[in-house]
Design a protein around this ligand. Structure first.
Ligand code: GLP
Length: 256
């Protein structure tokens, strides 16, 4: 894992934006795995401001709530169109987000997996992390080999996401999420985490044992993971000075 620690979320976001802009420039038909949540909002703003060519880009989102329509203001469909897609020249036919209203959820999840395969796999998967260590909506005890499927949210996640829905009782209990196995098949994973609230989950994911109790720890098995943190999210890492030192020593060509 490559750990990049920046003083502020703004500086960390700029590093991630530059990296993704570089991917889009180098591979105009790249397949990007995208994430929602408050963490990537500034990243999407920065990508929009760079006026990149998204005309051949394909996207796959990590997850979606079950039972709310794409038009619901808190659906991840709405989030993505609001924060990114409507501001860039991506083709709607190349945008993929799990269908939270599917009649046959298992069949719809299998078809999502097949679509990722026929697109050639995901080049870069953007990830946030939940305070429980979840990636996508793979809550603790998710199988580390899991594929796209329905999951039930933990009380912790319902509480964390209540801020988007106005109250905890309004947060859907079920979601569809790419599995940890699906995420691990992406060629490069880029995880962003900001703020003190994420410090424990990050320390466990990066320096703890690989365990289904912290699903993000499965990323330790992936050959190419970049974790971009602000100082607060990095604050519980035992080796933080080492990660800073390693990053400072890198020649420019080796940096993301
Ligand atoms: C959400 C999403 C995740 C996201 C995480 C953190 O519930 N399903 O993909 O990474 O929780 O969200 P935030 O960035 O708002 O802290």
């Amino acid at each position: 894992m490559e750990i990049i620690i920046q003083p502020t979320p703004a500086e960390a976001t700029t590093i991630a934006a530059r990296f993704l802009a570089g991917i889009i420039a180098a591979k105009p038909e790249a397949v990007l795995g995208l994430a929602t949540g408050s963490t990537p909002e500034a990243l999407y703003r920065e990508l929009v401001s760079l006026k990149l060519d998204w005309s051949k880009i394909t996207t796959f989102n990590l997850d979606e709530y079950v039972g709310i329509s794409p038009q619901h203001p808190q659906s991840y469909h709405s989030f993505m169109w609001e924060n990114l897609f409507r501001h860039v020249n991506v083709h709607i036919k190349n945008v993929n987000i799990p269908d939270g209203l599917a009649n046959n959820i298992p069949a719809s999840c299998e078809s999502y997996e097949r679509k990722i395969g026929s697109a050639g796999g995901i080049d870069v998967q953007l990830l946030g992390i939940g305070t429980s260590g979840h990636i996508g909506f793979n809550e603790p005890t998710s199988s580390l080999a899991s594929r796209t499927r329905i999951k039930t949210l933990t009380p912790q996640t319902l509480q964390d996401n209540a801020r988007f829905f106005g109250s905890e009782s309004a947060v859907p209990h079920h979601v569809i999420t790419m599995g940890i196995g699906t995420i691990l098949e992406s060629r490069h994973c880029l995880l962003l985490a900001f703020g003190k609230k994420k410090a424990r989950a990050i320390a466990e994911a990066v320096e703890g044992p690989i365990t289904a109790m912290n699903p993000a720890s499965a990323l330790q098995m992936h050959p190419k993971v970049t974790v971009v943190l602000d100082a607060e999210a990095a604050s519980e890492l035992k080796m933080q000075e080492y990660y800073r030192w390693v990053y400072e020593q890198k020649p420019d060509w080796q940096k993301i």
